[in-house]
Design a protein around this ligand. Structure first.
Ligand code: HEC
Ligand code: HEC
Length: 276
């Protein structure tokens, strides 16, 4: 009898010790990062309110949803759970997070170009609608990350927004011009030669939308532009800004705007400020 008891106790000790060694080595192995280091568990408060896409003009419902259901993997603000310290869970988790941040980092949203944002918006809407994101392994643990029909509707609305055309080069999606962004581009790219109110190296641009080309008395146009007889509208300004020499060979404007989105924004700005 006693012999059996000892064996029973011994077995319990062996099992406990085994479990302890297992947990410890799992914890130790968790400090290795075979699939990339996502920098979780660093020093610093982990449960601060998360802020992503703060100045991106994203509708509140969409932002809230992306914050609660996507930001753990797709942002720098991951809330990593305690069990995530243990290998091999830690490895799988880190692999997902590193890959997800590489694919799309919502913490960097404002740094993506307008084109990139449009592509991501379309992808987000599509993947969420198909319930392909967040991944299953995440949803089974985080029940509040389940996608609702309201989420899908909000994303749809957000993603279609203001798409005007997809230009020839792949990945270049252009949205309707934005006058505020256009003013920015104008300040950065045009004011070296142009002002709104005065002629400088280039003619003044207040009211240029709807004006005939080369028509300002008191500005010394190139003969080519003076004789071109173009009316500046969406189409002609688009061509002019993309490649002045293609539209009016021999003109004097040594400048062009390579990005289609910037051209759309500029044209909107010039149109909006025409009457003022
Ligand atoms: C558990 C981590 C995890 C969560 C949570 C998660 N994703 Fe992802 N996501 C990934 C990984 C990993 C990839 C890259 C590999 C792939 O495409 O499957 C990815 C890729 C993507 C891509 C593709 C980007 C590209 O250009 O290839 C989009 C878009 C995306 N996720 C959107 C979302 C949205 C929206 C949510 C929230 C509703 C979300 N994800 C939640 C892990 C996650
Ligand atoms: C390097 C100087 C320079 C820069 C930079 C420049 N332009 Fe010009 N622009 C000119 C000159 C010079 C002319 C007159 C061309 C001629 O006479 O052939 C002109 C003409 C124009 C015209 C035709 C105006 C008219 O009265 O017919 C428009 C429109 C215009 N520019 C828009 C812009 C915009 C928008 C930007 C910024 C993206 C810009 N330009 C940047 C020099 C410049």
């Amino acid at each position: 009898m006693t012999g059996l008891k000892i064996t029973g106790l011994g077995r319990a000790i062996v099992i406990c010790a085994g479990a302890l060694v297992g947990a410890l080595s799992s914890l130790l192995l968790g400090r290795a990062h075979p699939f990339g280091n996502a920098g979780l568990y660093g020093p610093g408060p982990r449960y601060e309110p998360r802020v992503i896409m703060e100045h991106a003009g994203v509708p509140p419902a969409v932002r809230e949803m992306l914050t609660t259901k996507c930001a753990d993997c797709h942002s720098a603000q991951t809330r990593a759970p305690l069990y995530g310290r243990f290998a091999p869970i830690s490895w799988l988790m880190e692999r997902d997070i590193v890959e997800a941040r590489n694919a799309m980092d919502l913490s960097l949203w404002e740094q993506y170009s307008a084109e990139e944002q449009e592509v991501f918006k379309a992808e987000i809407a599509t993947l969420v609608k198909r319930r392909a994101m967040p991944p299953l392994q995440y949803r089974v643990i985080h029940r509040n990350a389940t996608i609702t029909d309201t989420d899908v509707a909000a994303l749809n609305e957000w993603s279609r927004g203001r798409l005007v055309r997809v230009s020839d080069s792949p990945g270049q999606i252009v949205t309707e011009g934005d006058g505020m962004r256009g003013r920015d581009v104008f300040e950065r790219r045009c004011t070296g030669c142009h002002a709104m109110e005065q002629n400088r190296e280039g003619p003044r641009l207040r009211g240029v939308f709807g004006r005939a080309s080369g028509s300002l008395a008191g500005f010394d146009y190139s003969p080519a532009l003076a004789k071109a007889h173009i009316v500046w509208n969406e189409r002609t300004l688009e061509q002019w800004l993309a490649d002045p020499d293609a539209l009016v060979p021999g003109n004097n404007m040594e400048f062009h705007v390579a990005k289609p989105q910037e051209r759309q924004d500029l044209i909107r700005f010039l149109r909006d400020s025409a009457g003022k």
